[in-house]
Design a protein around this ligand. Structure first.
Ligand code: MN
Length: 271
């Protein structure tokens, strides 16, 4: 079994800066949606991704390493804002998955702070694994507004947990066993505020390759309005492909995978 990931991001049609950032390694995927601090949101999300990129160099990743990386990312953002008062108030969401060992078998550790989301896609349907830390998510949970109302509610951009605050926020986490055929979507709200779930599922299941699906999702969100930065990372487990002359990796990764056909790791934000 091997893990593949593909990512795409776009500034959108309204914003001038892409404050989203992402990391797409086989064993660690992160989306960060930066905000605030006189347009220093891109600094906050980039700092968070830099800290997680260091975590990505450590294989295997332990569940506690993810919590430590969240804490380190938070400290880095707070320190940067203290050193540069014009950046005060900047912050970022962080959502993603890491392959960790749990009880001797590989699991996805899904983690979330803020309103970027992790979905599992199965049987052509999106299943949201994370719970948004936002004002509107609270209103939906208590039945005061519907999911549809939340898309246009005046408090829709207010998040209740983020990186860049003191004390350090604690991520919500979930464990999911790794199996062949797993398919996950990690995205910023610029995707889900523009496209209905059914359209997202249709694009992902209809695309010939993971990279095409990521590109098409971002293009569709921009075409639908592009009112926010849009970032998408897709992660899938697939059976090993037979590649002549290529032997199995002998690294210490939790999941055996072949290197040749795996996509190059990508990090950062697009123009
Ligand atoms: Mn956003």
């Amino acid at each position: 079994m091997q893990v593949e990931s593909a990512a795409a991001t776009h500034t959108g049609r309204v914003r001038t800066v892409n404050e989203d950032a992402f990391l797409a390694l086989p064993q660690l995927v992160v989306v960060a949606d930066g905000m605030g601090g006189h347009a220093s949101g891109d600094v906050a999300s980039a700092l968070a991704v830099t800290v997680f990129a260091e975590l990505g160099e450590r294989v295997p990743i332990r569940a506690e390493d993810v919590a430590l990386a969240v804490d380190r990312a938070n400290t880095a953002i707070v320190a940067e804002a203290e050193a540069h008062p014009e950046k005060a108030g900047m912050g970022t969401t962080i959502s993603g998955l890491a392959v960790v060992d749990e009880g001797g078998s590989p699991h996805w550790l899904v983690f979330n702070i803020g309103d970027s989301r992790v979905y599992r896609i199965a049987n052509g349907t999106l299943h949201q694994l994370t719970v948004d830390h936002s004002e509107v998510a609270g209103l939906v949970a208590t039945g005061r507004i519907t999911e549809r109302d939340a898309l246009t509610h005046p408090l829709r951009h207010v998040i209740t947990r983020s990186l860049g605050v003191v004390p350090s926020p604690v991520p919500d986490t979930w464990l999911v066993p790794v199996t062949v055929g797993d398919l996950f979507l990690v995205c910023s709200d610029g995707l889900t505020n523009e496209l209905p779930n059914i359209e997202i599922a249709r694009v992902v299941t209809g695309a010939p390759r993971l990279a095409d699906a990521a590109d098409t999702l971002v293009e569709a969100a921009v075409a639908a309005g592009g009112r926010d930065n849009v970032t998408v990372v897709l992660v899938a487990t697939v059976e090993d492909k037979v590649v002549s002359g290529e032997s199995m990796d002998s690294d210490t990764s939790t999941i055996p995978r072949k290197r040749l056909s795996a996509p190059e790791p990508r990090a950062g934000a697009a123009p």
